[in-house]
Design a protein around this ligand. Sequence first.
Ligand code: MG
Length: 365
Amino acid sequence: MKIARAEAILVSIPFQPIGIPPWSWGDKAENCFDTLLVRIETDTGIVGWGEAFSRNKDRALAETIRTKILPLIVGRDATAIARIKHDLEFNLHNFGRVSGVMNGISAVDIALWDILGKSTGRPLVDLIGGAFADQLPVYASLLRYADEKNLGDAIEQSIARGYRYIKLHEVDLDLIRFAVRLGEGRARFMLDTNCPWSVSETIRNARALADIDLMWLEEPVWPPENYDGLAQARAAGPFPIAAGENQGSLFDIAAMISKGAIDIAQPDVAKTGGVTELLRIRALCEATGVDFVPHCALFGPGQVATFHLNASTQSKPVVERLYCDFEEDLYGHRADPVDGFIRVPMGPGLGLDPDLAIVDKYRVN
Ligand SMILES: [Mg+2]
């Protein structure tokens, strides 16, 4: 079964914000999220779908995938997943081991696992060891509101929808305390600050928040590769430290763990090397006593692959879902949480294919 065709398709779908999220990723803030799809078709007619992490209608990344990555896989045996991934990484390592190229390689890996599942008639979760759970709790990963009214509305709405875990993306300590107090007893909270602070600021701010209950503190220290600094913050406490979404491979996560920087590893299947790499990272986590809780700010095949990965993990990690309602949904809402849980799709491969009419409607490149 050979790879006959491969293409990158960039889709961006508007969502209904609560308030105006000030997240802009360095660009003009827009209330829409990308799904950068990789579609691989075999000579037997099987089509697999993968996803590369993307924001802000990243046409440049789509073009990088088209021109640098996909030409290298056409004609290859579609079942040689680890070998294709290795060859792509080896041949392209000069172009960066974190970000763009790795996001694209991750997408290829996910699509090849989808093809393997479809060709064998098995869901991905079965191919990677079988399920510990057929449904998983989801956490509402709130956008950053920086405003008590909008943040409060988002918390009340997510609890009313059945979420029992909520992650904040705030950095203002009063606002964080307000949010946890508002929801405590009804939901458990995590805090993701997205790398804003120095080590000393992190230690000071974490101590100032010691009176609230947080399941974890995520990426408090700038820059994300400052593992010594993160280890210092972790040692100072009081919260478990989570990070990993800005690491590119097993070896980055291994370095974090050996520095004592994290309690919880958060590799992203659409950034950190796909299903193949996350399985390696999961084994490392198991052997080193670090929790494996994948990052997932994805809405396409990467999100669905994360369902399968989490379901096949003995600790049944909670699934991340960015909290926003899309104008239209790539999967006809079949991947949406219901009452705070998702069901793992048990069809062959990922078990869900994107709706091509929605892909066409929101395609930007
Ligand atoms: Mg994060």
